[in-house]
Design a protein around this ligand. Structure first.
Ligand code: CP
Length: 339
């Protein structure tokens, strides 16, 4: 069964085919290509963009999206195997996956990490449990990676820069009042290295390095694609000659589950906010962010309102790229081949 859990499982050519299809769908957005098909969207966490772009995308292709919020409008789900289910969850993922596989042509899930124990959360067990029990394709709508965001980011980047190879991509950490998920940061590194970019991870302290599984995967992809991956704590070095600035905040994994401790570590680094002076050090770079974004915390009003800010283009491309993904996973296979 072909799933979309992480772009690590996909070759560059396969991702490029989705991006090319997305560009075609942008020109002709409405069709009956998925008429009669259904996708279940399971949200364990809030969303604006992911939910609306999947729902609208399914509608524009003639499909139907069922939105379920386990623990809210739907029964709470237990994801662990072999447990005595005497807590709040009313049903097990094996039955949820089995039932939805009978009704639907794909199942998508958003399940953020629980922020208690990174050694547990880094396994990404919840979406893996769904994928192991489902008999239809499963789509990751953000767990410890956000592969749908990666598609939109790379579509947007190619729309503005053309070929990404060799262009300087800076992923800068930014301050935020709370320690956030590393998913989008992991994903930004993965997609930029897969496409041969000269990638700089700009962090305020070594404690903000991403999990080794993603650092190693990104480094391996950079070697394979002819790109580069470096880590720096030097703001000027990070921004200098950049073609693309991507911002995200995340919590230091060494203090995972200890927000008060992490807040002390983070406190001196508010100056990592993206502002006009930093953008002036770049090679007329575009700026983007996955959104949502707190203005004048992660980026100034000046940056968000500048012509070089393409965050709304990236948000729009969530729609086109996810439609390409749904067509790939739910549409009729070409020559019976889904590989
Ligand atoms: N970027 C993103 O996934 O946005 P939402 O959390 O609003 O879905």
């Amino acid at each position: 069964m072909k799933h979309f859990l992480s772009t690590i499982d996909y070759k560059r050519e396969q991702i490029q085919a989705l991006l090319d299809q997305a560009a075609e769908l942008r020109k002709a957005p409405v069709s009956r290509a998925l008429a009669g098909k259904t996708i279940a969207l399971l949200f364990l966490n809030p969303s604006l963009r992911t939910r609306s772009s999947f729902e609208i995308g399914a509608f524009q292709l003639g499909a139907h999206a069922v939105v379920l919020e386990p623990g809210k409008g739907a029964w709470g789900i237990e994801f662990e195997t072999g447990v005595v289910m005497d807590s709040d969850s009313e049903e097990h993922i094996s039955e949820v996956a089995g039932v939805l596989s009978r009704y639907c042509d794909a199942i998508a899930l958003r399940a953020f990490p629980l922020f208690k124990n990174w050694q547990v959360d880094r396994q990404d067990a919840i979406i893996k449990a769904l994928a192991s029990h489902a008999t239809v394709p499963v789509i990751n709508m953000e767990t410890i990676v956000h592969p749908c965001q990666e598609l939109a980011l790379m579509r947007t980047l190619q729309d503005h820069l053309g070929a990404p190879d060799g262009r300087k991509f800076v992923l800068t950490w930014t301050w935020h009042p709370k320690p956030l998920n590393t998913a989008v940061a992991n994903s930004a590194l993965l997609i930029a290295t897969k496409f041969g970019m000269d990638v700089t991870l700009l962090i305020p302290d070594d404690a903000y390095r991403l999990d080794p599984q993603f650092m190693h995967a990104a480094a391996a992809q950079a070697r394979q694609s002819g790109g580069r991956l470096e880590v720096t704590t030097d703001i000027e070095h990070g921004y200098r000659d950049a073609d693309w600035v991507y911002a995200k905040s995340w919590g230091a994994l060494g203090h995972y589950g200890k927000p008060d401790q992490e807040a002390q570590l983070r406190a001196p680094f508010r100056h990592f906010m993206v502002d006009g002076a930093k953008m002036a050090m770049t090679r007329q770079a575009r700026f983007s962010h996955c959104l949502p974004l707190r203005r004048n915390i992660k980026a100034t009003d000046e940056v968000m309102d500048a012509d070089y800010c393409v965050a709304l283009d990236e948000a729009e491309n969530r729609l086109h790229t996810q439609k390409a993904l749904m067509l790939d996973l739910m549409g009729e296979p070409v020559n019976g081949d889904r590989s």
